[in-house]
Structure formats: structure tokens, C-alpha cells
Write a protein that binds this ligand. Sequence first.
Ligand SMILES: [Zn+2]
Length: 720
Amino acid sequence: MRLNNGPPALVVALLAGILLPAALSAGDRQPQCGLAVTGAQIQPQEDFGGKHITARGTLRILIVFASFPDDETPHPFWSAHQPPDSMRQFIDPDTLTRSTGPFNLTHYFREMSLGQFGLIGDVLWVESARPVSEYSSSGSYGRANSDLIKDRLDSRVDFSQYDQWSRLGDYSTLNVPDGIVDMMVIVWRTTIYGYLGEASLGYKPAIPVDGKRIEMGFPESFVVSQGSGVTCEYPYGDDPKGVMRTMAHELGHWLLGGPHPYSRQLAGKHQYWGILCAGERLSSCVNAYERERLGWITVPEIDPDRDISLGDFVRTGAALKYHPANGDPFEYFYIENHQKLSLFDDATRNPDDRGVWILHQQLPYLELDNLRIRPSDGNWKWENEGAGPACFGQDLPVFRRGVPRIMTGESHRDQIPTQSSSVNWMYAFKTDTGSVRCGTFLGGESFAGAYDTATVAVFSPSSNPGSNTWNNQPTSFSLEVVRMSEGVATVRYALNPLHASPARRYLGIDPSDAGLLPGPLHLAWGAQWSEGQPLETDVTTSLLQRKIGDGAWEAAYQGGATRWVDQTGQYDSTGSTMIAFRARVHDSQGKISTWSNVLFARASILSGIAEETGNVPSSAGLENCYPNPFNASTIIGFRVARDVLPNAGTDTRNMDPGTQHVKLCVYDLLGREVAVLVDGQSEPGGHTVRFDGTGLASGVYLYRLQSGRHIETKTFLLLH
Ligand SMILES: [Zn+2]
């Protein structure tokens, strides 16, 4: 199976440039695994283990690094006419060496199989007898491999030592020789067919060697029923870890079969994660479904109503599954705890993305998008705002999270449609306060809380994402992360969803009152955002908190309602004061939800207020205080201008506006300073500060802002 299902070219380049130190130089060299397999569904209950090679015991293979005599192109890890750097680190010669390197196949499969599969072998470099120009036509890698075996390998290699297993049929192998070489990997230094890898040696006639036979095809091909190897390329821009993952992918087809279940470019919503992770090969970390299919773990169905401890999934193999009775026959939610203890546990690159992951598997292994990660930060209507500031030196589409779409929306792990493309990876993201972050959602860098159990302590019929079936039928599945202690998660499945903690609320502008700004702020949280989700009928109390400027969170509302009108001031999009809100709810069992998202709104304290945008002002300024006149205390708003750093580059992460020195003082009418409210560096944007006039005489006072070169003075009246 050629690796052929890469993401759009732009993103390959993006990921390669950012995530792999010297990876693919452009999107024109995608992994390819071309043969579509449209066979019957695999029945996981009956078929465990490796499909075409053993997944247990010891399998000794041969890795051949091959170069052409006329290939002089510079390669950072493989000099011309030499073996590649660190060649012997790609695989251990025996099961005792136990290498722990980042691109060692023995290490990789030992960790993924929990020690049950010993993939060992020998490594060899040879130069082809013939130039690359002989193989420039399409499909010629089979001929190049055949020639290499006949011209160079047969005389040097005793192939009889690579036949230890018999393939009796699918999922059936025996540890005795059958006259066919078990497995070899040929890795070319340059491209001969434009792809990174292919699960066969090329569908040429079998080659007799040392009393054995090398079969060239992949067993699921109609051409031959057996085979002896895979082909990989080690492109000039690639690194050892990248080519090792290509090898793992191609060997993965022999273990798991032909389809690419997590990588099809159809209709979005798919993940690049698992042994058969394709495309940019972001992560080859095994998932629970693959592990169970290969017979490396047994995943128990989760018991309801009891606490269950889950250690790190990759290291211990601990996982749970839940089958929705009204779902597809092989549909499961898998629960894994990722503590990133393994080098290969890198489906996201953010080391803080630790916690419980929920995988939603629709069907057995088919050529479909049938695995979704259900991230804790929910499904949304993602709004594509067009190209934004350049990220990574390119103009990329910018997405902004709109309202929740619990059932039909996308998560940031999905491909998302834009105006220009039916599917698109999200790699520039506008935050709730308006700043653009460059990142890759695959990398998990710019989406704090994606896997944070503090963000979503419960996954339930009413949470976002909800525990619906793949076809959006409601289930009662309510998984609660009861606690996380020293890397061990304690989870609990409540048979009655109301017994679990309440779901996290979404807090937004009340849809029925949208468009009323400027004026008071109409807030709503919970039910009206639920898009047909079942409601939690046991919620009793809501708590809404507010934070003005850099102040502390304070209670704004507590009661049984899920709507509230904030009259702190006038809200409008140009207000200088940023006011933040958040909400949580209690239920009748005394359980409390995690905090909602934080809603930001701009307010002009005296005359106007808000909306949820947050452009940093271009100029500094002083607001009228509120209230005025005042008794004892009043709030003063002021703006600090953006001061773009002179060295700002195209990466917006370096374009954070600098701070400004700000001084805000109060004077009496004789010009005497009576209070210093602010004196120091301040972030650009709107701020507020509270002035307490206790102890001062009633009367008129001046307050004066100095921010950079901007100086402004206003008056207020203190009345005791
Ligand atoms: Zn493939």
C-alpha cells in the first residue's frame, strides 16, 4: 500500500518545515500507498494478530539501504556513495540489545506491542549496478528492486536466515520456514517513483535466492498471494525519524491490512494517528483499536458506576471501551490516558497535552474516515476569516471559533471546509480576544485545553462534544474523569448520565438578544446552545463570574437562570475596558461543572459597552470614570496603544505588541498628587483601575494618564 493520502501540499510543507527538522522539502513528495482495498469488513472478534506477518514472537528482517551510482544530490543524513548516517541504529540485531533510540524499529515495535513483538534484523548498504535513469519510467521501482536483489544482494546475503515463518492465511502464521523470505525493507536514497513508501517490492516475478523465494507483491493484491517486503524512500529533505516512520507504516500494512482508515481525504473529519498514520507521518503512536486488533492488548468494556484507574496507555496498555448499543456493530469509544511517557506518544507535540483521550471508532479497518479524536474543547462552527497575517512565511486561512455545534460541528482535530477548499487543515487560529496564533492543530500547540481534563471533566450526552453515536443518535454514555493523580486517571461511567458531573457550559451572547449592542450585555449559557442535545434536568444553580480589566474574578450572578443581563456599563466594540465572564453550574447531587469558556466583552464604562471582539487600540486614551460623581470609589478605564516591536518578523508569535510604560495619577485642584494608581509597564489594550477616595475630602479631583507620549487629563467629583 503506497502512502498516497497526504494532506494538501501546502500543509505537508508546513508540517515538514515546522515539525520535522529536515523533513520533506515540498508537498510534491507525499507518501503513497495506492491500492484501494474494498473487501469485506474485518470482524475484529475473530481476527486478532498480524494479518500477513506475525505480530508476536521474533521476526528477523533485512533492511537494505540502496543508492544509485549517479545520485550525487546532497542529503543531510546520507552522503553520496556511503552508507546513511547511523545506519545500524534503525533496528537491533537481536532482542537483547534493547536500543531506546528515536528511530529504532525494534524499540518502536517493542513499545507498541508491550514487548510481545520482537522485530529485529540486519542492515546493509549497497550501491545499485545501474544508474537511476534506467528506472525513470512509472512503476519501475519493482524493476529496480529486482535488479538490486539479483545484481548485488544475492551474492552478499544468506537469505535462508530470513525465512523463519510460514504464512498459512490471513491472521495465521506459524514459526517454521515455508521457503519464502519473510520480510525485507529496501530503502532508496532518491526517488524512483515519487512516493515515500509502498507495501510491496513491486509485483515482479519471484526471485529464487539461497533455496528460498523472494515474492515481490503485497498479499492483498490480486496479482500474488504472498510477498516478502516493502519499499521506502529516504528523500533528501527527510530525517532518520521520518524514514523510520515510513518503514513502520509499510510494515503496518502487513500487520493490519491494506486500508488507510485514518487518512482518507474525503469529507474531512479524520485524524493522522496510529501505526498506519499516513501523509506527513505526524504520529505513528499505536491506538487502542490497533493494539487490540493485533492481539497486543485486550480492551475491556467499561463497567458502569465504579471508579476505574487508568495508567499511561502507551506504557501499560491500559484502555477501556464502550459500545453504544444503537451504534454501528463495531462502533466503540476508546478511552486512553496519554501521559507522554513514550518517545512515540506524540500525536500532539505539546508536552502539556496530557490526559484522557476519547477515540471514537466507527467501523473495523476500512478505507474510510473511521476514527475521530473527541477533544475536550468541543465541536464548533469554525468561521474562516480568509487569509490572515502570514504564519510560517505563508498566507494561511485563519479560523475563528463561532458557536458550538455539538452534533454537526468540527473539532480542531478535524479538517474544516473553507471558502476555497472543501477540506482544510486549521493552522492559524484567532483567539477569543482577537489575536492570531500560528500553529498546527495536529501539533496541539495553539489550542490550550485540547486534552485538558480540567476543561472537560465529563463526556456525556449533554457535553461538547457529546457522546452521540457516529450517526448522531443519542447514547447514555457519561464518562467522568474523577481525578488525575501522578499520571494515573480515575474514570467512571455513570449508567444514569444525571449521576455524572454536569457538562461544561458554553457562555455566549444570548442569541435572542444578539445585535442589541451598544447597551447592556445579554449573556446566556447552557441549554440554548445545545443543538438538540439532551438537557441535564438536575442542574439547580448557576454561578456567573465577572472580571473587570486585570481585576479579580467576582460573583456577578447566582441563581437558577441560564441568562443574565450585565449592566456594569455600556458594551460596545470600541470600549476600552475588557470585561471577562465565565460560568459554572451545580446539580442536585452537589456536583459542579468545570468553568465555561471565558467570554470577553468590551465596555465603555460611562457611556457604552460590549461585544466579544478585541482589537488592540491603535492609540492610547483615558476614559471617563464610572460612576461620576462617586462615593468612595469609582472605576477608571484607559487604553494602552500597540507598540509593534521593530524586529517583528512574519511569524506572529514574535509580533506580540510590546508593553508600554503607563502612569495614572490623581491630583487635587492645587496640583498635589493624592494617589498613584498605575506606574509601570502595561500590556496594550483596555484596562481599568479602581480608585478609592476614602479619607479624601469631597470635591473635584483630576486624574491624568501618561502612556508613552500620550498625556490626557480628566476630572471627577467625590461626594461623601
Ligand atoms: Zn500505506
